[in-house]
Write a protein that binds this ligand. Structure first.
Ligand code: GLA
Length: 504
């Protein structure tokens, strides 16, 4: 089910001369990109990718796949707490050309010279590269799918590998999920190379999104499921509200007269061990807060109250009225940070056991108690209010209340900065400048500690907005030269989810 290379080259050429044409590649590209607006750029990328791939691999036939990055409009660090997020997939992606192999090797090349080629074998348990290696995202996808199919009694020896060349245009380490897009892309390539169809139905996509969210923990982060879900299930022109446990999606149309502008603070939210720990501390604190609340509620009601995530604090789940829930929860968490000792005392168990239960990193080691203690109240407040802001944002968009939505974005940034403490001086400055430049709402987006901000801007203002942010942030604040900041700020279109084109 792949495309002979000469046909592929012909299709690319046809698409170039007739961008709205009816050839299969034209139709695939048109359904994947805003081909009329950026057809030239897209074709340029694919030509380059094709040249690289054919130079590197002696392919007679090939297939192509893509997985978009995302920008989260609101709902930060809510996903792993069981509360909703509201992202959109963007017209920036990881794209690949690939062919199945007849053995169990996976060979991945990248058009970006900084990402050296990687090669590994498909086996029951694939050993990771050192932390931070880009090849781990591909291994994560393959390992996740192997684990999934092992449960269905299909062992690693029954899969074949592939060779692929990857080209990405999502800013790296900028909070736009380039790494999850890579995981999704590699998963689609693996599925397609093995003629599996998990990704071809709406139900299968939900299952795949869940599975890949778990699979990405292979690289050492404890993210929720937002990034994989939106990359797989993005909807053109729409933001997507995603709920978790179980995964559900609902689309909401973006306002036609507004644009979503993303600007890179240039602070790299790298996935080094140290950066991972900054990120991983938040889930640890949320789990500890949920454990303290479970204990408090259970004692109060003399029964086991089922709270394992902060998102479980719901009337329907606990059979306790909303007002009671907030009264008890607010009283249970004081403002001063908690020591591990104190939390252990509340839970009625030793500090060692508490750490073993709630403070584990992905690799099994224990996350050390921060010198300033665990900020349970602040994290809890952010998560609960942010979940509410997502619900309010969906309503605001549905009612075309654009300024209401912008205001919610502003409040979200404040909470990310002050309560969840995932901002940094550069992002705060960028957000302030964006508002001064006319954004209706602006906030950091993604995991935080650097990366991008996202702004809601009236479409007719976009040019003036970008001009002003360029001047005030990139030139005056960061001291960059004009030619350095062209690619750092851009308006994004909401794109459709990941796809494969293997001929038909
Ligand atoms: C990262 C994670 C997501 C989510 C965001 C914060 O991108 O991968 O699951 O937790 O951070 O909202």
């Amino acid at each position: 089910m792949s495309i002979p290379v000469d046909q592929w080259l012909q299709m690319l050429e046809d698409a170039g001369s007739e961008p709205t044409g009816e050839s299969r590649i034209s139709r695939y590209l048109q359904s994947s990109y805003d081909f009329l607006a950026e057809g030239k750029r897209v074709l340029g990328r694919y030509s380059n990718l094709t040249k690289y791939h054919l130079d590197r691999f002696k392919a007679d036939e090939l297939s192509t796949a893509r997985a978009p990055g995302r920008v989260n409009l609101i709902g930060e660090h809510t996903d792993y707490n069981g509360l909703p997020v509201f992202p959109m997939a963007v017209n920036r992606d990881m794209a690949a050309l690939f062919s199945p192999r007849n053995d169990r090797k996976v060979v991945i090349a990248n058009t970006e010279p900084g990402f050296a080629e990687r090669c590994f074998d498909i086996e029951e348990s694939i050993p990771p590269y050192p932390t931070g290696d880009w090849g781990n995202y591909c291994k994560a996808a393959v390992q996740g799918l192997l684990d999934h199919y092992r449960q269905k009694r299909r062992g690693a020896e029954r899969f074949r590998g592939f060779e692929a060349t990857i080209d990405g245009d999502i800013p790296i380490a900028a909070g736009m999920s380039s790494s999850s897009a890579l995981v999704v892309l590699c998963a689609l390539i693996f599925l397609s190379s093995n003629r599996l169809d998990l990704h071809t139905t709406a139900e299968g996509l939900l299952e795949l999104a869940d599975l890949l969210a778990g699979a990405e923990r292979y690289v050492g982060t404890q993210g929720g499921g937002m990034d994989q879900a939106i990359s797989l299930m993005g909807a053109s022109g729409h933001a997507v509200k995603i709920d978790f446990f179980p995964l559900r999606i609902r689309t909401a149309p973006l306002p036609e007269n507004c644009s979503i502008v993303v600007a890179d603070s240039t602070v790299k939210a790298a996935k080094t061990a140290e950066a991972l720990d900054k990120y991983n501390r938040r889930p640890v604190e949320c789990r500890l807060a949920a454990a303290v609340l479970k204990r408090t509620f259970s004692e109060h009601y003399g029964r086991e109250v089922p709270i394992s995530l902060l998102g479980d604090l719901k009337e329907e789940k606990l059979a306790i009225t909303e007002s009671e829930i907030w009264k008890i929860a607010d009283a249970a968490l004081h403002e001063d940070p908690f020591t591990l000792e104190e939390i252990a005392g509340i839970l009625g168990q030793s500090a060692e056991k508490t750490a073993a239960l709630y403070c584990k990193r992905r690799n099994g080691s224990i996350f050390p108690e921060p010198a300033e203690g665990f900020k349970l109240q602040q994290r809890y407040r952010h998560v609960i209010d942010e979940g509410r802001r997502v619900e309010q944002s969906v309503r605001a968009l549905e009612e075309e209340d654009i300024s209401g939505f912008g205001e919610l974005m502003n409040r979200s940034h404040q909470s990310c900065r002050d309560l969840y403490e995932i901002s940094c001086p550069e992002l705060d400055r960028l957000v302030d400048i964006s508002r001064e430049a006319g954004a209706l709402g602006s906030r950091l987006t993604g995991a935080g500690f650097g990366g991008c901000n996202v702004s809601l801007v009236e479409s007719k203002q976009v040019e003036a907005f970008i001009h002003q942010v360029n001047k005030a942030y990139y030139r005056d604040y960061l001291g960059l030269e004009d030619r350095e900041f062209g690619a750092l700020i851009f308006s994004c279109q909401a794109a459709g989810g990941a796809s494969v084109f293997a001929g038909a």
